[in-house]
Design a protein around this ligand. Structure first.
Ligand code: F6P
Length: 371
């Protein structure tokens, strides 16, 4: 962004807020830190962190903290999660309260207005961006967005904060499973997150040397998996690693969901299904590891810290330059900006022509019934 243009406009945006919304991930603290330093160093802005996503704006007084250099004196850059807190439950427009569902948007906007902020940086995935954009339109709030999601399914950016850390955590899990798989001549099945996109499974599967990679985008068969394991046996390899994305369906096309104590159903359990089907039809001993939120809470990798830092700087420049309703994105080795609406609309899952699919095939991985 041209600095003269920024200088021309600066002076107006003096007080900004940050909130993190949706599921947490590695790199959020690095992004907040970067926003603070850019805002302070280049523009001498005041920066406020809103706690627990929009929940902080439902409190009276609103739940915010003024960020200072002292805030970042510790280990935040290195820590997973978000020290501001986040919330991935409920929609501002359909907010659960006292057993009812209410539209809480006016109350939240009132809370936001009480802060007299000139702009707000929201760090969230497509779902959060959609709700917050609607809120910003209604409340005439000046917003800029930074994409984060371990699922890496925001289409308008090549990478979102948190993805790399999740892939690294899953890769490390495969590294750890390899030795025990070999010791016991077992097939170790690792179930990973990613919602409807198979990016984590595909990337970690390649990095961690999986023999079978199952993702929601590519149809598989249990017989295909077993054929691969039997071929390995013929080559005197009696252990194997299977990585499966949580949204992979059963062979009959049904989703595998786990029902929690609160009555909510969430994706989970496909690893157990794959294991029991293999064990029904073969003498191969399987064990299942469900990696879960380890992928979200792990310390951010260097790549995520770098991406988050670059995004934070650019996001502040957008606000300073009064380029509102924009989302920062990673494209061709640099940060660019696109309309938030584009970030919301452009979903990206794994396509058949993704070069990593070909990579997996070339490595001899069973990745499904591909023509
Ligand atoms: O979207 C991020 C994600 O971690 C998904 O990969 C996963 O299915 C979901 O969130 C888990 O959400 P929760 O934190 O509510 O269990």
């Amino acid at each position: 962004m041209k600095s003269e243009k920024i200088n021309f406009l600066m002076g107006n945006i003096k007080k900004i807020g940050i909130l993190t919304s949706g599921g947490d991930c590695g790199g959020l603290n690095a992004a907040i830190r970067s926003i603070f330093f850019r805002a302070k160093t280049k523009y001498n802005m005041e920066v406020f962190g809103i706690r627990d996503g929009t929940i902080g704006l439902t409190k009276r007084p609103v739940d915010v903290e003024k960020l200072t250099h002292e805030t970042f004196k510790g280990y935040l850059l290195r820590q997973g999660g978000t020290f501001l807190g986040s919330n991935n439950k409920g929609n501002t427009f359909k907010f659960p309260k006292n057993g009812k569902v209410i539209d809480n948007s006016d109350f939240i906007i009132e809370g936001y207005k009480s802060l007299n902020l000139d702009g707000l940086i929201i760090i969230g995935g497509d779902g959060s961006m959609q709700i917050l954009k609607k809120l910003a339109d209604k409340g005439k709030m000046n917003i800029v967005a930074i994409p984060k999601t371990i699922d890496n399914d925001v289409g308008a950016t090549e990478n979102s904060i948190g993805f790399h850390t999740a892939v690294y955590a899953a890769t490390q899990a495969l590294d750890n499973l390899q030795s025990t798989a070999a010791s016991h001549r077992r097939s170790m099945i690792l179930e990973v997150m990613g919602r409807d996109a198979g990016h984590i499974a595909l990337n970690a599967g390649i990095a961690g040397g999986a023999d079978v990679i199952l993702i929601p985008e590519i149809k598989y068969s249990i017989d295909g998996v077993i054929k691969k394991l039997n071929e390995m046996k013929k080559n005197k390899i009696q252990h194997s690693l299977i990585i499966v994305a949580e949204a992979v369906k059963k062979e009959d096309g049904s989703k595998v969901m786990h029902k929690y104590m609160d009555g909510e159903k969430r994706l989970g359990g496909i690893g157990d299904y794959i294991a029991s089907e293999i064990m029904k039809k073969t003498d191969i001993e399987c064990r299942v590891t469900t990696l879960g939120h380890v992928q979200r809470g792990a310390p951010p990798t260097a790549s995520d810290r770098i991406l988050a830092s670059a995004f934070g700087v650019y996001a502040v420049d957008l606000l300073a330059n009064k380029k509102f309703n924009r989302m920062v994105a990673w494209n061709n080795r640099r940060v660019v900006d696109v309309a938030i609406d584009e970030g919301i609309k452009t979903y990206r899952d794994v396509k058949r022509d993704d070069p990593l699919v070909e990579t997996a095939l070339s490595l001899g991985v069973y990745i499904g019934e591909l023509k």
